[in-house]
Write a protein that binds this ligand. Structure first.
Ligand SMILES: Cc1cc2nc3c(=O)[nH]c(=O)nc-3n(C[C@H](O)[C@H](O)[C@H](O)COP(=O)(O)OP(=O)(O)OC[C@H]3O[C@@H](n4cnc5c(N)ncnc54)[C@H](O)[C@@H]3O)c2cc1C
Ligand code: SF4
Ligand code: SF4
Ligand code: SF4
Length: 395
C-alpha cells in the first residue's frame, strides 16, 4: 500500500490512483500546493498494485541507450512563434489528429490553473501549445487514454517525464496506437504559489482574473533566448522577464520536492520521443534557419515508434545532432535541481502571510554584484554588448 513518508519519493503522477481495483486512493493537496495520494485503509485489499505501478517506488531498471538527436524548426513562422521551442509538439500532434487520433496535453483552464485535456481538432491544439510553468493535473486523462485506445483510435500523450511514466504503467505494455512524448523537465512549480501570484498581479493592476484573456509563460516577442512572461487583459498587456513568480521558479524556490530527486531522470525516459529546447545551438550548427532566435527544438528519439512519428513530420527544417553533446548544454534534462535552504525560507515566509513577490525577493537574496548586473543588463543589451552577464537560468 502506498504510504508517502518522504515527499521527495512521490511525483504526484496519479498512476496508483488509476490502478487501484477498489478505488481506495484519492489525491489531496498539501500545504505547499502539491498533490499526493492518500489511501482509505478500510477500502484497501492489500493487493500491492499501487506500489508495483509507481514509477518512483519501482523505476524501470534498464540502462537507457543514448537517443537519436535532432534539431527541428517548424517551417511555418506563425506556428513556430506560438511554440516554446521549435514547434516539434504541434507537428507531431497534427499528424496524430490527421490520422483520426486524440492528443492529450497541458492546457490553461478557466481559472488559469493547468490541467491535462484531450483535443481532436488541429484548431484546438493552440490550447496545448506552449510551456506552462505550473504543475499540471492529469485529472481523468489516463482513464480517457485507456478508453480511446480500447476504441481503436490513435493517441498522443504529452506531459512531464513522470506523467508519461505514470501513464505507461497504467496502460501496461507498449501499446501500438499510443505515442508517448515527454518534455524535458527542470521541475514543476506549485500551483498554489502560481494562483497566489496571479491574484497579487490582479490586485496590483486592479483587474479581476476574468479580465485576463491570455497568459504566455514563454512569449518570444523579444526572441527565443530572451523570452518574456506576458499577461494580456481587457485593459492592456504586461510583459516582463522579471515577473516574481517566474523569478522564483528560475531560482527553484517552489519546485515539487520530487523534482529535487527525480527518479525518472535517474532511470531514463519512458517516452518514445522527448522534446526540449536546443540550448547551445550556436556550437552545434551553422544553419541560419536555426540561428535566427525564433526557437529550435532538440528532439530525442528513443524508440522505433518515435522514429516513425518523427519521419512523418513534413514542413520543418530538421538536422541530425549529437545528443550527448546537446545534453552538455542542457543539464536539467538529466540532473535534478538542488534542494536549497532558500526554498525552505520561501515557504516559511509565505506561511507568515508574505506576498509571493516579497517572499521571492527575501528568500533569494542577490549579491550586490548581481544587483548591479541586473541594473546594467538592459542598457548593455540595447547597446549591443552581449554576453556581459548571465541571463535568467534557462528552463
Ligand atoms: C515545467 C516545464 C519545465 C521544462 N524544463 C525544460 C528544461 O529544463 N530544458 C528544456 O530544454 N526544456 C524544458 N521544458 C520543455 C520546453 O519548454 C518545451 O515545452 C518543449 O521543448 C516543447 O516545445 P515545442 O516547441 O515542441 O512545443 P510547445 O508548443 O511549446 O508544446 C508544449 C508541450 O508541453 C506540454 N506542457 C506544457 N506545459 C506543461 C506542464 N505544465 N506539464 C506537462 N506538460 C506541459 C503541452 O501539453 C505541449 O504538449 C520544460 C517544459 C515544462 C512544461
Ligand atoms: S494495495 Fe491494492 S487495494 Fe490497497 S491501495 Fe494499493 S492498489 Fe488499492
Ligand atoms: S509517484 Fe505516482 S504512483 Fe507513485 S505514489 Fe506518487 S502519485 Fe502514486
Ligand atoms: S523533475 Fe521529475 S518529478 Fe519533477 S515534474 Fe519533472 S519528471 Fe516529474
Amino acid at each position: 500500500m502506498i504510504d508517502i513518508v518522504d515527499k521527495k519519493c512521490c511525483s504526484g503522477c496519479g498512476a496508483c490512483v488509476e490502478v487501484c481495483p477498489t478505488r481506495a486512493i484519492a489525491m489531496g493537496v498539501d500545504g505547499e500546493g502539491f498533490r499526493y495520494p492518500a489511501v482509505d485503509v478500510s477500502a484497501c485489499i492489500s493487493c500491492g498494485k499501487c506500489e508495483k505501478s509507481c514509477p518512483f517506488i519501482s523505476p524501470k531498471s534498464c540502462a537507457e541507450q543514448l537517443p537519436d538527436g535532432l534539431l527541428l524548426a517548424d517551417d511555418d513562422d506563425c506556428r513556430r512563434a506560438a511554440a516554446s521551442s521549435g514547434g516539434a509538439f504541434a507537428l507531431l500532434a497534427s499528424d496524430v489528429i490527421a490520422a483520426g487520433g486524440i492528443v492529450f496535453g497541458a492546457a490553461l483552464d478557466g481559472d488559469w490553473g493547468v490541467r491535462h485535456i484531450g483535443v481532436e481538432r488541429v484548431a484546438d491544439l493552440s490550447r496545448l501549445k506552449g510551456s506552462k510553468y505550473v504543475e499540471s493535473s492529469p485529472g481523468d486523462s489516463y482513464a480517457r487514454v485507456v478508453e480511446v485506445l480500447a476504441a481503436g483510435r490513435r493517441v498522443m500523450f504529452v506531459g512531464t517525464p513522470c506523467q508519461v511514466a505514470g501513464l505507461r504503467r497504467v496502460v501496461g505494455k507498449p501499446h501500438p496506437l499510443l505515442l508517448l512524448v515527454d518534455v524535458a523537465c527542470h521541475g514543476v512549480p506549485s500551483s498554489m504559489v502560481w494562483k497566489q501570484s496571479l491574484k497579487e498581479f490582479c490586485d496590483k493592476e486592479n483587474i479581476s482574473p476574468n479580465d485576463i484573456t491570455a497568459i504566455d509563460f514563454r512569449d518570444k516577442v523579444k526572441g527565443w533566448k530572451n523570452y518574456h512572461f506576458t499577461i494580456t487583459h481587457t485593459h492592456g498587456s504586461y510583459s516582463t522577464r522579471e515577473f516574481p513568480y517566474i523569478m522564483g521558479f528560475a531560482h527553484d524556490l517552489y519546485l515539487r520536492p520530487s523534482c529535487h530527486a527525480c527518479r525518472i531522470k535517474e532511470s531514463g525516459s519512458y517516452a518514445d520521443v522527448t522534446l526540449a529546447d536546443a540550448w547551445g545551438i550556436e556550437q552545434m550548427t551553422s544553419n541560419a534557419r536555426f540561428l535566427d532566435d525564433r526557437g529550435v527544438s532538440f528532439v530525442m528519439v528513443h524508440t522505433d515508434k518515435g522514429r516513425e512519428a518523427v519521419a512523418g513530420i513534413g514542413a520543418a527544417t530538421i538536422e541530425r545532432v549529437d545528443a550527448a553533446k546537446m545534453l552538455q548544454h542542457n543539464r536539467s534534462i538529466v540532473t535534478s535541481a538542488p534542494y536549497t535552504t532558500e526554498r525552505e525560507r520561501f515557504f516559511a515566509l509565505l506561511a507568515q502571510g508574505g506576498s509571493v513577490a516579497y517572499c521571492v525577493a527575501k528568500a533569494h537574496r542577490i549579491s550586490p554584484k548581481q544587483r548591479l548586473e541586473r541594473l546594467l543588463t538592459p542598457l548593455l543589451l540595447r547597446l549591443g554588448i552581449k554576453g556581459f552577464t548571465k541571463k535568467l537560468k534557462r528552463k
